[in-house]
Design a protein around this ligand. Structure first.
Ligand code: NAD
Length: 388
């Protein structure tokens, strides 16, 4: 069976998630399009890279990502670093003819995103952005129901993505609060996931009317180490630095296909850890999804008998998208890891069969334009067009 060599850059949260998916993908999807070989891991810190390589199962490690780009044996470059390095690495990887799996958001700015898109187009390499939540079988099944007309024309889409790890002012000033590294705050970090799902389930977004808020203007400086997503607090008389990104966004949406909707993203909602909800109303039915119960999809149809009208629960399993590859019966528990395994399968399938992989850099570029429109709308108190 064909093997493809992966060079991964970064040794943190996403490096772990992707590495697990490379190991697990052929265990679930068989025959696999190709076997991922965990060849080399890079991190800015050489010692961190060596430790992570041993832990995540890579043959070699390096303290310089350029070693991966220069290595002709590497087929795939996996970018699992903070957002400030996505453009430089992706453009170099495309120029070297490598296929690219890049973490979201695509980059810090739309200008960077456009350069990345142009580079992969010019090189003709397969590219994917890691918006993995859309790979959840229940969300992919919602897409199937909508495509098959089960709820008729979509009229309204509502989404939330709520977390609370930054609600404490003592959660340190990691890279996720710095515009020069992250590009934006909750908007790029988690808002982009639900913007991706909105585009996937309904249609592209034409206009937005938005509010953007930063509640905690400064935080204790984190001098080194991985971002612990607020689980490590720094209290007392310590140096503080400025937060120059958003904590929260809320926006109204006008879709290209005439639907309307709303979307919220915050990292400051006490009690909400990873609370993604979707509610879609169509002419003839509704769909509801809550990531805290991610095996399930709630559906309701207008032609249900009057005495049985109301939401009912479908437990996703082998009968649903990618479900047959996962576990033999419904409701065993599909988690975050499974979304990364499906993502890995889709990417390898696209690389081997030379087809478009979704979501890709083109989607990432459009999502970046939508994020810009959200910021513009909030700043001007006007509706903003996502294409201007
Ligand atoms: N898809 C998702 O659900 C999801 C979840 C979390 C993070 N992310 C995204 O994944 C990316 C990484 O986030 P994370 O949570 O893994 O961050 P992290 O802070 O846990 O890890 C980042 C790693 O990259 C390394 N690094 C930084 N700059 C580097 C460079 N120039 N060269 C080599 N290594 C470098 C750091 O030393 C660290 O090991 C970000 O773009 C983030 O938005 C996606």
């Amino acid at each position: 069976m064909k093997k493809l060599n992966v060079g991964i850059i970064g040794a943190g949260f996403m490096s772990k998630a992707h590495s697990m998916a490379y190991a697990a993908m052929p265990m679930f999807f068989w025959p696999a399009p190709a076997i991922p070989v965990r060849a080399i891991l890079a991190d800015v810190n050489e010692k961190t890279a060596a430790e992570a390589a041993a832990r995540f199962g890579y043959e070699r490690s390096t303290g310089d990502w350029r070693t991966i780009i220069a290595d002709p044996s590497i087929d795939i470059v996996d970018i699992a670093t903070p957002n400030d390095s996505h453009a430089e690495i992706a453009i170099a990887a495309a120029q070297a003819g490598k296929h690219i799996l890049c973490e979201k958001p695509i980059a810090r700015t739309t200008e960077e995103a456009l350069r990345m898109l142009e580079a992969v187009r010019k090189a003709g390499v397969t590219n994917m952005l890691a918006f993995n939540y859309r790979k959840t079988p229940a969300i992919a099944y919602a897409k199937k129901l909508i495509q098959e007309g089960e709820i008729g024309q979509v009229r309204n889409f509502r989404a939330t993505y709520l977390q609370d790890w930054s609600a404490d002012p003592n959660a340190p000033l990691s890279w996720r609060f710095q515009k020069n590294v992250a590009g934006s705050g909750a908007l790029g970090d988690i808002g982009t996931h639900v913007i991706d799902i909105a585009r996937y389930l309904v249609s592209d977004i034409a206009e937005v009317s938005s509010l953007v808020k930063t509640y905690i203007g400064e935080r204790p400086v984190q001098s080194s180490g991985l971002d612990a997503l607020g689980t490590v607090k720094i209290g007392g008389a310590v140096e503080k630095g400025i937060v120059d990104v958003d904590d929260e966004i809320t926006t109204l949406l006008k879709f290209d296909n005439g639907a309307i909707g709303s979307l919220e993203a915050t990292r400051n909602a006490w009690g909400r850890n990873n609370f993604i909800t979707l509610e879609i109303h169509g002419e003839t039915g509704s769909i509801y999804f809550n990531y805290e119960r991610r095996d399930e999809l709630q559906v309701c149809f207008s032609n249900d008998p009057a005495d049985r009208k109301g939401f009912r629960t479908i437990y996703t399993g082998p009968a649903h998208p990618n479900g047959a590859a996962l576990w033999p019966i419904p409701a065993l528990g599909i988690g975050y890891s499974e979304t990364k395994i499906i993502e890995c399968y889709d990417f390898f399938d696209a690389v081997v069969n030379n087809k478009r992989c979704e979501p890709d850099f083109e989607d990432g570029y459009r999502i970046s334009q939508i994020c810009d429109a959200i910021i513009t709308s909030a700043a001007t108190s006007q509706w903003a067009n996502t294409r201007s």
